[in-house]
Structure formats: C-alpha cells, structure tokens
Design a protein around this ligand. Structure first.
Ligand code: DOR
Ligand code: ZN
Length: 441
C-alpha cells in the first residue's frame, strides 16, 4: 500500500515520460507508467501536465539562527526554502554564537529540530584555534554536514588567519572525509572600500579583486595536498577564479546571484544597488559569461543559493552589510532559463539535486528513483511569474532579483509528506530532520 502517489512527467533519457511515483514510508518504492489502482494507495496528487523533479538540496544557506533572528530564523528561512522547492539545506556557521564546537552545534541542531520545515545539516567553522580532535563527537551526527573555512574577512569574521593550519589538520580532515567548504577570498588582497553609498557596487568590487579569489583557491588546494578533493570551492565569481578552480581536484559551486547579476545590470535595475552587495562581489558581464560557460561545460558541481538575508534598514544604512536572500528564487530563476532553452533540464537537476547529494555523500537523495528519499517537486513550466520581494517568505522581505522571471513549484513533497500545496505550507515547524537520516522515520 502506497502512502502517496505523485503523478506527472519524469525526465527519462531525453524524454519526459508520464509517471506515477509511488511512495511508502517516505521513500520512493516504484515508478510506474500506468496508474496504480484505487486500493493501492491512500492519496494521489498531481496531473500529467506537471514536470516532476527531485527536491533541491541547497548546500549553502545562512539562516541566521541563533543570534541574528531579526534577519531570519530557521522557521522563516526554511519556509522560504520550501516555497522555492528546496527540501534540504546545509547551513553556515556565522551565527551568534558561531558554530565552532560541540555545544554550539547541538544548540543549532536543537533549534532546527523545533523550527525547521525542511531537512537540515550544519557546517562547523575551522579557525586557527580549532582543535579538530575535539570535534570527533560531532562527526557521526546525521546533521553534521562538513566544515567551512573563510580565507578572508566576510560577514561575521570567522577567518582562518593562517591557512597553513589546513595542512596540519589535513590528516584528520581526510579521515573524517566530509566536504570542506571554502570561502575563497584571500584576506591579503582585500582592501577597505571607499566610503559612501555612491557607486557602492563598483567600490566594493574594487576592494575585493579577482586576485583574492585566485590566490585563495591556490592556497587552499596546496595546503590540503593530496586531500584537496575534499574541498568545495564556494561561490566562484570571477573569470580567473573559476579557471583556477577548474584546474584543481576540488569541487565547484556557483550562485544564482553571480550567474544572473552583474554591476551594470544592478546599477540600472535595482532601486537600491546595495541589495546586491555581497561577498565575493557581483562582477562584470565578462565574469558572468565565463561562469555560465563553466556551467554548460560541466565544470560546476553545485549551484548553492548563499541565502544571506539582512534587514532592509541595514541594507539602506550608511554601511550596508554584504549578503542577499536567495533560497526561494534559486530554482525558479534556473527553471526560467530551462524554459528559454538556455539550460538543459538534466544539467539543472545535476546542479541543484544530484550534484549536491553526491558532494555530501548522500546516496539516498537527489534522484527520482526507487530506493531514494521521496522529495518531489511538481512544476508547471507554463506558469512563469515576475519575482517580487513582497511575495517571498524570507523575513527580510526583499530580493535583488526583483522583476526577473521565475517558475515556482506548485507542489512540494518531502519524505513523502506534502510540504507545499495550493500556496500553503502543510506541515508544522519541526517537520525537518537531519539531512543524513534516511529511511522511515
Ligand atoms: O556576502 C556574504 N554574506 N558573504 C558571506 O560570506 C557571508 C554572507 C553573510 O553571512 O551575510
Ligand atoms: Zn555564504
């Protein structure tokens, strides 16, 4: 007896095939070409017109909980995720307190168990004083996702000042075998930005040149020696940065904001360009074109949102912080590219579902196949909308993608439970589970 059956079209080879995804105990148990009979299931949702895709796994969010909950919290942030088709997140450690040790990790996990709408994992930050042996009790926890290293100052300032420490830690990191996500901007190349809000994106860009990215990529890889395949190079943003990254064994992430925005566009179209102030910075049309080329060439492993909301008051102030929301708009923006035939559907699902699952070693996630976790999105490719900050669900209430086109999922199923239907969230906070907990729960 199936708990739920999801009806729609699934990509098989190069064609879309009418399929009934049959789900039992939160897992996909069968994919059928014809409908199961009434007596075989409790509930059926969907229609033939829906494109069915695996849930998105976003390996890069800053949900601000605990300590910065005026910007976002794990309930609002994961609600926003669910509406954007993201069924699992990996959250970054620059909260208050920062996620540095067992105590701060457990605190965050406990909050997520109460508040999260979607599944979750957490990264622990590695800094100069980190005693990696003391992290041992965490590494078997199903919500432990991996490590984060800031090679230069960014929001929250948790910098690894001496990157050669990576070399000292590399044996233990190799034994643990979890991804090490790198914020690749070398602090030695970063300068103070010009004061004032005029031309803010250009002065921000001048203060964080592409050399910073290239140097950080090279340093991280050389200090990790034979273990550099564990590195996940986050938000590659520049032409030379991504070319340096491609030459390494590390995996590569790009973000929607570096793919969809450049300084010229932001200066022309955004009411307040500071919305697009982010680290690493939004760059030029040439950088952006090179990132798309890398996506199409298969050089990019994952797309992550780097969802990093700040309040509108902070963004409109004299010293706007870096970061922007993006977890809800990531898939919709990319689906619009698929509709325009600028991105293949296989490529898209590799980048936002299969790729992240592989990077995290989550063998049961990221694909619509029997035996996998039943995270299924129902998408009507004909329904394209203008993205509006006021329609989104992040606490911050704004978006730098205002006015762009997006295709939002109409239904979201996670672990076989309906998360989003008819524009409503159908589960209670605390519905999410640790990302590596799979199987019936
Ligand atoms: O722009 C950014 N914002 N880059 C980061 O590295 C951190 C993030 C944040 O937490 O606000
Ligand atoms: Zn980030």
């Amino acid at each position: 007896m199936f708990d739920i059956v999801v009806h729609g079209k699934v990509l098989q080879g190069d064609s879309l095939v009418e399929t009934f995804i049959c789900i039992e105990d939160g897992m996909i148990s069968d994919l059928r070409r014809t409908s199961p009979t009434n007596g075989e299931y409790d509930r059926m949702i969907g229609k033939e017109r829906y494109l069915l895709l695996p849930g998105v796994i976003d390996l890069h969010t800053h949900m601000r909980d605990p300590g910065l909950t005026e910007k976002e919290d794990l309930q609002t942030g994961t609600t926003s995720a669910a509406y954007g088709g993201v069924t699992a997140i990996v959250d970054m450690p620059n909260t208050i307190p920062p996620t540095t040790d067992f105590t701060s990790f457990l605190q965050k996990k406990e909050i997520a168990m109460r508040r999260s709408i979607v599944d979750f994992g957490f990264n622990i930050v590695l800094m100069d004083g980190t005693s990696i042996e003391q992290l041992q009790p965490i590494v078997t926890d199903p919500s432990f996702a991996g490590f984060k290293v800031f090679m230069g100052e960014s929001t929250g300032s948790l910098v690894l000042e001496d990157p050669s420490k990576l070399e000292m830690m590399s044996n233990t990191l190799g034994r643990i075998g979890k991804p090490i996500s790198i914020h690749a901007e070398d602090g030695r190349f970063l300068t103070k930005m010009k004061k004032g809000r005029k031309g803010i994106l250009r002065s921000h860009l001048d203060s964080r040149p592409e050399e910073a990215e290239v140097s950080a990529v090279q340093d991280a890889v050389s200090f990790m020696k034979g273990r550099s395949h564990l590195l996940h190079l986050l938000h590659m943003s520049s032409l030379r940065g991504i070319e340096a990254a491609i030459r390494t064994p590390a995996s590569i992430e790009v973000t929607p904001h570096h793919l969809f925005l450049d300084v010229n566009y932001c200066e022309k179209h955004l009411d307040d360009p500071s919305m697009a102030k982010v680290n690493p910075p939004i760059r030029t049309t040439v950088d952006r074109a090179r990132l798309w080329e890398a996506v199409r060439d298969g050089d990019v492993d994952t797309i992550g949102s780097d969802h990093a909301p700040h309040t509108i008051d902070e963004k409109e102030g004299e010293l706007p912080p870096s970061g922007m929301p993006g977890v809800e708009t990531m898939l919709p923006l990319l689906l619009s590219k698929v509709k325009d035939r600028a991105l293949g559907l296989h490529k898209l699902t590799d980048l936002v579902s299969g790729g992240p699952a592989k990077r995290m070693g989550l063998r049961s996630r990221g694909h619509l196949l029997p035996g996998k976790v039943a995270d299924v999105l129902l998408i009507d490719m004909k329904v394209e909308k203008k993205i509006r900050g006021e329609d989104l669900h992040s606490k911050c209430g704004w978006t730098a993608f205002e006015g762009m086109s997006g295709i939002f999922p109409e239904g979201v199923v996670a672990r076989g439970m309906v998360l989003v239907e008819d524009g409503n969230i159908c589960v209670k906070p605390g519905n999410g589970s640790p990302i590596a907990n799979v199987g019936p729960i």
